[in-house]
Ligand binder design. Structure first.
Ligand code: FE2
Length: 289
């Protein structure tokens, strides 16, 4: 299947790690994995559990500090005409470490370089995100984007349903990437301004609605945004492996060049040497498995 001509996102159950890599990761094709997150149906994944056990977690929204219960209530009462703030993002290792063991394993183990000790802190601290997103009816991600530094992302739906609208990398020419932030598009895809962005008429997207217990894999470089239908919680994890390693390091280099130009070049050397080390490690691991 050509990654740039897909018109439907496949749903899979019982897929092996090898099959997942060969069919989707290697070919940069998004997929929904249906059976790797049954834990979302436990009592740990209810609004009541979060309110009872994590109300000490706070977030400042529009200058006001909110407890987690307040954020959850705002999201539960959200409507398209009176939307809750979005996105409400929380760092899981910092605030909700008990959920770390629940990460769907399909993309993890030795293949995720982003959590490796071989990744320097300066890169890891900016990129290795594991997050909860709380939202409500009518909320949508504020812009169409590619994930930061072209990481792959896997998102598991915990509560509620969420639409994912995706555009393959081949559609970039129709999406008017921002000059200063080339992973962001200024086009409002729900109500596009065709006078300002006439090429957007040619852009082809693919949409899927993620339900509780399902995990979507969004490959590096795919544009995406979301729309929410009801009270909502999603678990997001970033991923770097050999298929997006070079792009990931090149994007980090571009950022470093702007802020710490004297040492940015070292990322180019790191990319080659450690890319080789990771390749060998992963090859041996797969052989021994
Ligand atoms: Fe994203």
């Amino acid at each position: 299947m050509d990654a740039y001509k897909i018109n439907k996102i496949e749903r899979c159950s019982g897929i092996s790690e090898k099959e997942f890599y060969n069919k989707f990761v290697k070919k940069s094709i998004p997929v929904v994995i249906c059976d790797k997150a049954k834990w979302v149906f436990s009592e740990k994944c209810t609004p009541e559990y979060f309110k009872k056990n994590y109300n000490h977690v706070t977030k400042v929204v529009n200058g006001t500090k909110h407890s987690l219960s307040e954020i959850i209530e705002l999201c539960q009462n959200s409507t398209p005409t009176n939307k809750a703030p979005y996105p409400n993002i929380y760092d899981i290792p910092k605030h909700f470490p008990e959920y770390l063991d629940l990460i769907p394993k399909i993309l993890f183990g030795k293949s995720n370089r982003i959590f490796s000790k071989l990744l320097p802190n300066i890169i890891a601290s900016r990129n290795n995100q594991i997050e909860f997103f709380f939202g409500g009816y009518g909320c949508s991600f504020p812009y169409l984007h590619i994930d930061y530094n072209w990481v792959h992302t896997q998102l598991t739906q915990v509560i509620g349903e969420k639409d994912f609208i995706l555009y393959p990398p081949s559609q970039t020419k129709y999406l008017y990437p921002d000059k200063d932030a080339p992973n962001k598009s200024p086009v409002n895809i729900i109500n596009p301004d065709y006078e300002k962005y006439p090429e957007f008429k040619n852009a082809k997207s693919v949409k899927v609605t993620l339900k509780p217990g399902e995990t979507i894999f969004i490959p590096s470089g795919w544009w995406h945004t979301t729309y929410i239908h009801n009270f909502n919680l999603t678990f997001a994890v970033d991923h770097v492996n050999k298929y997006n390693w070079n792009t990931f390091l090149n994007k980090n280099y571009d950022v470093a060049k702007k802020h710490i130009p004297k040492v940015a070049w070292s990322l180019k050397i790191y990319k080659v040497i450690f890319g080789t080390i990771f390749n060998i490690k992963e090859f041996l691991f797969n052989k021994l498995k």
